[in-house]
Design a protein around this ligand. Structure first.
Ligand code: FAD
Ligand code: UDP
Length: 364
């Protein structure tokens, strides 16, 4: 008999398991259908000894001191400021768009102020920004939109930017300075020994029992527990009674090369050519020294593990139906990227889990 059953050993499940075991001194069974902890943030050493992110590059960044302080109990950090280049018209350009990108692309020598004027001239004006096309064209105009965003977005989502919420492309800022970093957050850090080591520490508590290779559906009829925390897809929990929520998946193609580095930065995006969206080289991110290097090509696809909720109005409406069902269940808490159907980053999942712990779980 456990006090809590937690389904899913990703950031949401591990944070809650740790808080319940440590702060409430209650017993938790944490299960995951996969054969490892960590959810999509899982990392491991491949047969060549290179530390890879098995589910695509995961870079930790946050503005929340609370989240950093919480995770710092389980890991030391390595400072890492992520940079991405986009391959456009046969050359590599910094993305997010900034002064370096625009000056190189158009062979100009603009100042920051002149770039601001440039954007103001080329941008299209909308009364309201209602989708991702407007979110980009409304800031930087159509040419930059077409070179950097339109086709990448279609490849990634099999939808055009005008079919997606503005928030999707608005994840990428637009700059007028020379800041080439992908993220602007105050804390940009990687767990020094990787994510999996950090998760192991979060779960190293006598009140936590972990069971892998176990789906909720296999055990729900006979396991005894007082409260359930569900971090898997919410539509699956309700047996798809209102229909399937769309998720986007990826196929990763890993290659190890007999050379120290493969590309100049951790991620190179290919908006306009090839079927893959980006090539990732994790040694840049992890800081590992090794005479070989591993790259992963990301091929978006409809089928496969649910990696991305698809942010658009009809999906939000469908999710609301499930959410209303979820709110009727007092002994179940839904939390995390799949259970909340939110395009959350890792830090947002930790923040949401800490908040649900304080406001709900600790009061049960
Ligand atoms: P998950 O990590 O998805 O964990 C859910 C777990 O539940 C999974 O392990 C799954 O196996 C398990 N599960 C599901 N259903 C069941 C069931 N029925 N029974 C048992 N187990 C079940 N965020 C960043 O901050 N920075 C990044 O750079 C970044 N890059 C990303 C790149 C990719 C390709 C992807 C897909 C995501 C990226 N993210 C990134 C987002 C990050 O992965 C998530 O925010 C975070 O891992 C979500 O944690 P979670 O616990 O909510 O869900
Ligand atoms: N995007 C784009 N071109 C780029 C990078 C991003 O069009 O070079 C768009 C695309 O729609 C993508 C979204 O912005 O899905 C968010 O990008 P991000 O890098 O945050 O995606 P993630 O790392 O979550 O896959």
């Amino acid at each position: 008999m456990f006090d809590f059953l937690i389904v899913g050993a990703g950031f949401a499940g591990c944070t809650l398991a740790n808080c319940i075991a440590t702060n409430l001194n209650r017993r938790v069974l944490l299960i995951d259908v996969r054969n490892h902890i960590g959810g999509n943030a899982y990392d491991s050493y491949n047969p060549d000894g290179v530390l890879v992110h098995n589910y695509g590059a995961h870079i930790f960044h946050t503005n929340s001191k609370k989240v950093i302080d919480y995770l710092s109990q389980f890991t030391q950090w390595r400072v890492y400021q992520h940079q991405v280049l986009a391959a456009v018209d046969g050359d590599l350009y910094p993305i997010p768009l900034n002064l370096n990108t625009i000056n190189k692309l158009y062979a100009l020598n603009l100042s920051s102020q002149e770039l601001q004027n440039f954007y103001a001239e080329v941008r299209e004006k909308y009364d309201r920004i209602e989708n991702s096309e407007q979110a980009v064209v409304g800031k930087v105009g159509r040419d930059l939109y077409e070179k950097f965003f339109k086709n990448y977005t279609h490849k990634q989502w099999e939808l055009w930017p005008h079919e997606l919420d503005a928030s999707v492309c608005a994840r990428i800022p637009v700059r007028t300075n020379r800041d080439n970093r992908y993220f602007g957050d105050k804390y940009q850090l990687m767990p020094l020994h990787g994510f999996t080591r950090m998760f192991e520490k979060m779960l190293a508590h006598p009140n936590i029992k972990v069971m892998l290779n176990t789906s909720f559906q296999e055990v729900e009829s006979w396991l005894k527990f007082d409260h359930l925390i569900y971090t898997g897809p919410i539509d699956q929990f309700f047996s798809y009674k209102y229909g399937k929520l769309p998720y986007r998946s990826l196929r990763f193609e890993f290659q190890t090369h007999d050379q120290e580095y493969f590309q100049p930065v951790a991620v190179v995006n290919y908006p306009n050519e090839y079927d893959f969206t980006r090539i990732v080289e994790s040694k840049h991110i992890t800081g590992q020294k090794h005479h070989k290097t591993t790259t992963y090509y990301e091929y978006p696809q409809a089928e496969g593990d649910p990696y991305y909720p698809v942010p658009r109005p009809e999906n939000r409406a469908l999710f609301q139906q499930y959410k209303q069902e979820a709110e009727k269940l007092e002994s179940v808490t839904f939390i995390g990227r799949l259970a909340q159907y939110q395009y959350y980053n890792m830090d947002q999942v930790v923040a949401a889990a800490l908040s649900v712990f304080e406001n709900r779980i600790s009061k049960l």
